[in-house]
Write a protein that binds this ligand. Sequence first.
Ligand code: ZDP
Length: 279
Amino acid sequence: MTIHFTKYHGLGNDFILIDNRTSTEPCLTPDEAIQWCDRHFGIGADGVIFALPGQAGTDYTMRIYNSDGSEPEMCGNGIRCLAHFIADLEGVTKEQAYRIQTLAGVITPKLEGNGLITVDMGEPRLLAAEIPTLLGQPDQPVIDQPLAVAGQTWKVTCVSMGNPHCITFVDDGAAIPLETLGPQFEHHPVFPKRTNTEFIQMIRPDYLKMRVWERGAGITLACGTGACASLVAAVLTGRSDRSATVELPGGPLHITWSEKDQHLYMTGPAEKVFTGVHA
Ligand code: ZDP
């Protein structure tokens, strides 16, 4: 069977998008997704995203597999790519918002008409049981809690944007050995669903520099849910304004944690790279 696909990226966080509108189940298995994402034996991507029919009044449903075949609840850069993909499928070129069902609830990306996409990412979840993490008390937030990893004690703040994030503020982000530390955070026993891991260097109260180790994907050039979670952690620890630029290796995202509705709003690009047919 041949399957048509389109490659998109959001700041270098790259995804294979598949038009899955005729079925409510993804047309690939997790094992096939692993093969497609392989950068030497496949197309190459950080994940595969399926545009499925909407449910309960939503326009579409998004499902995603990480490059290791696991299925995250949400994906910030991915949902901007999905919004761009469905606008292309529908031939829409004007400003347009979509209501997307995800495993983390309904998320609303809006094409701004200037190439950028703003996503209403919903509210962060802060209680330890919601992350989930075994750090602290289940019904309390986890802010600047000590965590021993690789023979050092790190002060971590945990935030869920539907998917789990563990954020550490450091003086020098470039000095962090992400390749070796990342997996030890991801698989630490205090994170029963594993975790995405962000290291943040504060440049100014309105400018954060972030490096990320993603659950199920490793080092990536950008992570939208991670940028939102990191801004929340920076606000909770008194380090940043509620509106800031988060600079990722692949480029900047603008994030606002609205005082009005407590939702996170993320603005950034999504670009089409190529279309193809998988044999
Ligand atoms: O939670 C996870 O397992 C992540 N690897 C999902 C992907 C997150 C993403 N990079 C983002 O931008 O939020 C797509």
